[in-house]
Design a protein around this ligand. Sequence first.
Ligand code: PEP
Ligand code: MG
Length: 582
Amino acid sequence: MNDRRRVIKGTSISAGIALGQARVVIPGEVEIVEVTIAASRVKDEIAALDRAIARTVEELRALRVSAGKKIGGPVAKIFDAQFLIAEDQEFIKTVRDQIAAQRRNAAFVYHRLVQHTTAPLKQSQDVYMQRMVVDIEAVTEKVLSHLAGHDRSELTLAANTILIGKMFTPNDIVSYRERRAIGFLVSEGGPDSHMALIARSLLVPAVLAENVWQTIPNDCPIIVDGTAGEIIVHPTEKDWSEYQKRKKRLGPAIVTRIKQLTRIPPVTADGMEITVAANLTLPGPADDILAGQKIPVGLYRTEFLYMAHRGFPDEDVQFQYFDRIAARFADTTVVFRTFDLGYDKSISDRNWPQEDNPALGWRGIRAMLELDGYFKTQLRAILRASTRRNVKILLPMVTEVSEVERARKLIAQIKFALTRERVPFDPNIEVGIMVEVPAAAMIAETLATRVDFMSIGTNDLAQYALAADRANRKVAHLYNPYHPSVLQLISMTVTACKKHRRPVSICGEMAGDMLALPLFIGMDVDVLSMSPARIFDLCRAVKKIDSSVVRHLVGVVLSSGSVKEVLTTLEDFKRASEKRKP
Ligand code: PEP
Ligand code: MG
């Protein structure tokens, strides 16, 4: 096992240890995987091909219409050649026949046949032939992109598979995890990306390391230490048994620690009580224990239900899902955030446009207010699940007062309809907003008068304040929620909430960071909501803080001019408070 043992140092994305076999998903323009299919699946595969071609033709038609409007008829004719290629019946028949004869997935067969066809054309000096290759490739890319989601969801995994890719979307993590992948290695993304958050919430180990998908061979044995951010390729027998032992020790640790929480209520040294809550995404292994400890859910990211379901579930499916969660947490409260779809959280769905700049695009409440049929369905389902009076609604990506007003109007209409239908719900359900765009923080005073509570999403607030994509490694050095500008925006929001007596919480990853804890206590934040794995350590740290001392710290930090200055002040404070007895 040990001839080519290699240790790769990376960055921890999600803690935990996984021992298994590597499975590399090769990225291209579109990722193509070769999948052997059962005879019974041939029909489905051909149907997927037909759907992909139909969608491509539909897209080309729309492109021709818009190009015709913008540039004029002659240019729009460019698309005619692509139509002919996309609808070439002889070629499509060959693909269908080979899917059946070779029992391979449609994307793989389509891609191979296109390569076969274009190879001689690529050698030609003829301008017409070269133009033809460009058109064929444009069509192929479209067809394959429609087939890609289909393939990824069909890929069957052997036991103990550790998936390696250039990057995975949150949707990929959910879908591979359902097929029991035990770990993930990626080369792109950040520790605060949604991909990382979903891996953490599902307690599946993940590491970020340069070019892993190019340097680790398929099928080799590997160990992923998500806690240390390390990967061992071709481990020795000794590594294997050592990590198996570590995994056993670590496995139940999170769960055991949460069970002990009643013994360490989060109260500061001078008696100030802090509410610590959990961020949840999908039903996970720690839910019952959290509920048993009466830990509230400060943020339930409902969009992962949409991803797991691969589309918008109907009202009853959503109601049953939300009602089960509300019942499980009956002794405390659950904040359901309405679908925050868009940016990196979407599936190949015709409701979702391809955008050049999705982080600044159709995301969260912007999309849901337009897709108001789907929004109404979700709000009805949440309202129906609110009969225990323990449910709240949270609206993501708010930038304007009008968005809150429109959402509240919709909620009022739904309440009216439910009353007429004699369907029970909580008439006093609280409606809050996420503050994750600087614009919202800057008008927090006005927004506070329109909502029942606010929750500060520091992950996005940092991304938008610093103009640094949280999932882009190239700008990871700029993405830092400890930037004084982000702290100023947090402080403005908290001050506005205090003035208008609205509870305010922090629900970004920073909420669970020990370094930020004295700052949030000093600002008088009401609730800190974080990944379940962080709750235990945070509760312990609260005990060491004196709330009167940290008020002074806030002033010092807010007047800092750089991330470095902020971090130095907070690290000095942490060192000093660790010396104090609990
Ligand atoms: C945030 O932006 O801080 C947040 C909690 O929301 P998400 O991470 O889901 O975007
Ligand atoms: Mg966010």
